[in-house]
Design a protein around this ligand. Sequence first.
Ligand code: RIB
Ligand code: CA
Length: 311
Amino acid sequence: MTQKVIIDTDPGQDDAVAILLALASPELEVLGITAVAGNVPLPLTQKNARIVCELAGRTDIPVFAGCEAPLKRQLVTAEHVHGKTGLDGIDLPDPRMPLQQTNAVDFIVDTLRTQPSGSVTLCPLGPLTNIAAAFQRAPDVAGRVQRIVLMGGAYFEVGNITPAAEFNIFVDPEAAETVFGSGVGLVVMPLDVTHKALVTRPRIEAFRSLGTKVGHAVAAWTDFFERFDKEKYGSEGAPLHDPAVIAYLLEPELFAGRRINVEIETRSDLTRGMTVADWWGVTDRKANAVFMGDVDAETFFALLVQRISSL
Ligand code: RIB
Ligand code: CA
């Protein structure tokens, strides 16, 4: 039974690898890719999403543009991590496949209303603006979502864009508050787990030695993407954040976490976007998310290389 998914994304090299993993996996039916402003502005994220689909030879996948700014705040981008284009590391041709005319938020609402209730998984890989906008515009659709598997947040690992907050949640905390308060089943891949999935040199070489266009692109992207984290954390390799979301759909047993309460800080400037995760169960706040803390990194990368070798 294939899983129907919508990938909401702000490509970004790690988003690109996540999209490739999804398109290389027959277990998943990608109903559409919705772009959101995040790592780079919307005109680039929607263009990059199409570049990745073309790289995978999947121009059949509809790509939509959604929100160009957070619900209530100024957009904060991350060119310092992803480069000016958002996909720095390799020059790929501009996309020829068209952008869909329908707005991404309308596509999410319409798809959730037309697909059988409980049959669609949402996979946000960037700020949660499009998802929250859909739930606010059409409150009936939240109950029709099977589950949301997202990359975002941090607890033990604390922040990567501020001392307190991870980028996706920091950019649009109000959107995150809407999603985490929606009652939809959540699986969260925070920095706590993605920082255990580091693209070390041998792993980059494993992509490059595929000898394919896609393998070469993934190696170039992860090579580029590494320098920010290496400088900051001194880590051997960049954390490959977003592919964890797709890998969870394919092999959930690779991950371990706890079902806990997670609230989003929206009021303080100092801790805006912090995911206040009750990992130790010290409150009586209702659990609303499975918050991941560990991953079998070796098997995760073996899965990635194996699937991407098929493109
Ligand atoms: O903090 C990491 C997240 O922010 C990843 O999704 C990355 O692509 C950026 O969107
Ligand atoms: Ca992302």
